[in-house]
Each structure stands twice: as structure tokens, then as C-alpha cells.
Design a protein around this ligand. Sequence first.
Ligand SMILES: NC(=O)c1ccc[n+]([C@@H]2O[C@H](COP(=O)([O-])OP(=O)(O)OC[C@H]3O[C@@H](n4cnc5c(N)ncnc54)[C@H](O)[C@@H]3O)[C@@H](O)[C@H]2O)c1
Length: 464
Amino acid sequence: MKQQLLTRIHDRTAVVGIVGLGYVGLPLAMEFAKAGFKVVGFDVSTRVCDLLMSGKSHIQDVPSAEVAQMVRAGRFEATADEGRLGECDAISIAVPTPLGKTRDPDMSYVNAATETIARNAHAGMLIVLESTTYPGTTREVMQPRIEAVGLTVGADVFLAFSPERVDPGNAVWHTKNTPKVVGGITPACTEVAMALYGSCIDTPVAVGSTEAAELVKLLENTFRSVNIGLVNEMAIVCDKLGVNVWEVIDAASTKPFGFMKFTPGPGIGGHCIPLDPHYLAWKMRTLNYKTRFIDLASEINSEMPALVVEKVSVALNDDRKAVNGSRVLVVGVAYKKDIDDIRESPALDVIRLLEERGADVVHHDPFIPKFRDDHEGGKDHRERIGVELSAAELGRADAVVIVTDHSQIDYQQIVDDANLVIDTRNATARASRGRARVVSLAASPRPSTSASPSSAGRAKTAVG
Ligand SMILES: NC(=O)c1ccc[n+]([C@@H]2O[C@H](COP(=O)([O-])OP(=O)(O)OC[C@H]3O[C@@H](n4cnc5c(N)ncnc54)[C@H](O)[C@@H]3O)[C@@H](O)[C@H]2O)c1
């Protein structure tokens, strides 16, 4: 079985299936198609399948032209017909792994995908889970279900875990050139999975077990969450000390060893960093261990939107205005710069908290002209239409809050035309003086020359 599959991978006659055609699955499908495989993409969303089959991409990092080319060449097909998975020799699963209401892992998508594959599995198939999950998922959840249809893992079929590391919007590191970790249930599983990924990813990296591969991803994202939590706490420290946090971070970053730059902000978002560490925390709770770093970082990071709103409130107060009734323009609602994804974005919390205090909130985001906060856990089901970043809109706002520092936004225009700017990303640091009073998340973005006495000790600087 193993040799047959290795040969099919080597000569590109293997058919590759991708289950879940989202941010992770679609780029991966394209890599396999470009490497010469026939790829069958399976997604429960017929809307996604229809869109892709018409040659249009719904993922920013994947050009529509690429999808159209692969569809035309017969190398990529998207389908909602699960029976088509039976044609596949290798299947990668990239379905969501969100948290439930109690912040425990929601394994329903992985379970459903596993059942679908088990119903269509055949001898000689490789199955790889890519969805981020807790250590033990592949062996404890997937293996029994696949073996329940009479196929032995390691002999008849091959089962592995390989975490996805895609960084949406990253122009340098993408699916192909980012090293990919692979761990199988047995050495034969690892060998086959390494051969598959080695055919389209520059650097596959083998580890000794599925648990190690699962934990690699959680370590990476916990590392980010903890360091962002640390630097957010440093922002609070600097704010209280009246020290410019950006200056401190930039200076610390000149150390050529032993320091890695992280920057503070309005909170964390996306499908990974706010969620993944909780998968590990949950697993460890079942083993009577409390992951303290994870809990503390999560606590600090999730408090940042409230801190931003407090900054807005204090700054408006300095202008003798209340939040209640003030017009606030939020600039950037994506969870990070230069992408169009609002999942778990701290902007959603900032907007909600401001509105709870009676503010009239509008937004501008070049990547997200309109949105509805109706993802899982979303509270706001209204469609929000963005406003232009015009002199009129900036001047009309009592406060402008920069939440996401998209590269294409004209920050000089903001400081020229706004009255008051709360800058949570240090995005206005390179703008020269304008009309607006700029308030930073943590102490002044540059030496203050005309801060009013009432603002002494608070993060406040006059740019104009
Ligand atoms: N987005 C990222 O930047 C990123 C990075 C690394 C890892 N991950 C992980 O990858 C996994 C997928 O994330 P994503 O961002 O691609 O999600 P996504 O929501 O963009 O895409 C998931 C797709 O799976 C489909 N789907 C759901 N259930 C299905 C089922 N049973 N069968 C077939 N299709 C199904 C959905 O319709 C959707 O199109 C998650 O575990 C995530 O944590 C995401």
C-alpha cells in the first residue's frame, strides 16, 4: 500500500482532496494543483464551490486568475458532493476549529469532516488533519473513526497531522516557502505525508508523532499570544510612567540577540492567536494542570479594547465632550493590517463598547467597505456600511480611532483633517504636524510640546 501511494505521489497521478476551502484550504489546493496533481476541493458551502468553479476566489491571497486557470486546466474542481472524496488518494482537512460558548474546543467541524472521510475512505488513502487542535486529536478522535470502517492506520491507510502556518497578507512567506511540520501516527504515515507535502512545499519537517505536530502549532501561537500580552502590559506600564512605549520597543529591538520585537495594540484577532492557546489550556485542564501564561496573556489581551475605549472617553472629556452623543470614526476594522478578515477583530469590541456608551460610531476600512458582525459569537447583525476617509468625515468626527494600521491609509490626511485622533498602532508617528490632537495608546508617539496641563501624566500629544 505504502509503496503504491508513494509512487502515485511521485509521478503525480495521485488525486489530492482538500476538505474545507477557506483561508488555509484554498491556498493549499492551489499549491497541489500547481505541483501537477489533480485536486478535488470539498466544501459544505455550495456558495463557495460555485464561486470557485466560476473562476473567482474568495480568499485575498489567492488570485481569481489562478483559480480560473486551474479550473480550466482540469487540475482543480470544487464540489459539495462528498462522494467525490472516494476518488482521492490523499486528503488534507482544513475545517474551522473555533471555541464554544464556554471557550472549550468546538470539535464539531473536525468530527463532521472525519465522518465524511471515513464514509468515503478506501485502502491506500492518506488522510492529514491541518486544522489547529489540541494534542491527541488525530490519534484519539480521528483514528478510531477511520478504523471503525475496517481500515487499519499504518497498514491500509495513513494518518498524519500537519499544522498550517499561513499568514494572510504576508507578501514574503506563503504556503509554498513556509516550512511545514508533519507528524504521522506511525513512521509509515509520516513517510507518506512527508512525500506528499515535499512534492509542493519547499521544506517539510518531520516530527516523531501526531501529538508533537499538534503541539508545535500551539507552541507557536501561544508564543505570540504571550509576547503580545507582555508588550501590551508594557504599554500600560509606559502609559502610567509617561514613557513612550514605541521608543522603548524600537530601542530594545536594536539588541542583535535575545530580543524579538512585538508591538502593542488594541487587542488580538483572527482565527488563530485568540483561540488556539485555549485548545491547549483546555487539554491541560483535563490533566489537572493550569496553563498560567496562556490565561494571563489572554486576560491582558482581551482587556485592550476596553482600554482603548477608556482612552477615547478621557480624550473626549478633555475636549469637554461625553462619549454619549459623540461621533467616532473607527479607522480599520480588520484584525490586522492589509487584510480583509474581521474574525475576532478587536475593532468589533471597540465599536460595541463605544456604542454601549452612546457613541455614534462609523467606520472606514479600504479592505472592508461593509460588514456584518455575524460570525460565531458576533453580537451585531446589522450591516455596517463604511464611510469615505474624506476631509468632511474626518472633520465631522469628534474622535477618530485608528484600530488597524493598513498601509494604504493616508495618516497625514487624518492628522490634517481630524480634530482628535486616538492612535492605537503608532500609525501617525511618521505624519508631520496637523490640526488633530493625537492621543497614543501608551504615552506620546513623539515628544509633546503643547500638551495641556490637564493631560500631564496621561498619554497625550499635540501634533497640530
Ligand atoms: N486563517 C488562518 O490564518 C489560519 C492559519 C493557520 C491555521 N489555521 C487553522 O486552519 C483551520 C481552517 O481555518 P480557515 O481560516 O481556513 O477557516 P475558514 O473558515 O476560512 O475555512 C473553512 C472552510 O471549511 C468549510 N467547512 C466547514 N465544515 C466543513 C466540513 N465538514 N466539510 C467540508 N468543508 C467544511 C467551510 O465552509 C469553510 O469554507 C482552522 O483550524 C484554523 O485554526 C488558520
